[in-house]
Design a binder for this molecule. Structure first.
Ligand SMILES: [Zn+2]
Length: 96
């Protein structure tokens, strides 16, 4: 018989996934599952970095001029990504 102590309230439980007293996950499998879920939620709620915020502000800016600049920067970004991809392909081909 496995007995697990709840870390939350200190109640000893039998081989349960959750504490019978407070409902905290107590089995390693359950704890792992909850931790993973928490981590994913934390990552989803992570604040955007300054660059992303700036780009977002430019994208929805009331001035057409700023929105055009955003489009130009965005296009350059895509072009650089394409060039980077091309060189990565070239190096891969040269080595292959
Ligand atoms: Zn408990």
């Amino acid at each position: 018989m496995i007995e697990r102590k709840c870390l939350q309230c200190g109640t000893w439980n039998k081989d349960e996934d959750h504490c019978m007293n407070c409902g905290e996950p107590i089995s390693p499998k359950e704890i792992d599952r909850v931790e993973t879920k928490k981590r994913l939620e934390a990552e989803a709620n992570l604040p955007k970095d300054k660059w992303e915020l700036l780009m977002d502000r430019m994208k929805h800016h009331q001035s057409v001029f700023v929105r055009v600049i955003y489009k130009v920067i965005y296009s350059i970004g895509i072009v650089f990504a394409a060039i980077g991809g091309f060189f990565a392909w070239l190096i891969a081909m040269a080595n292959g």
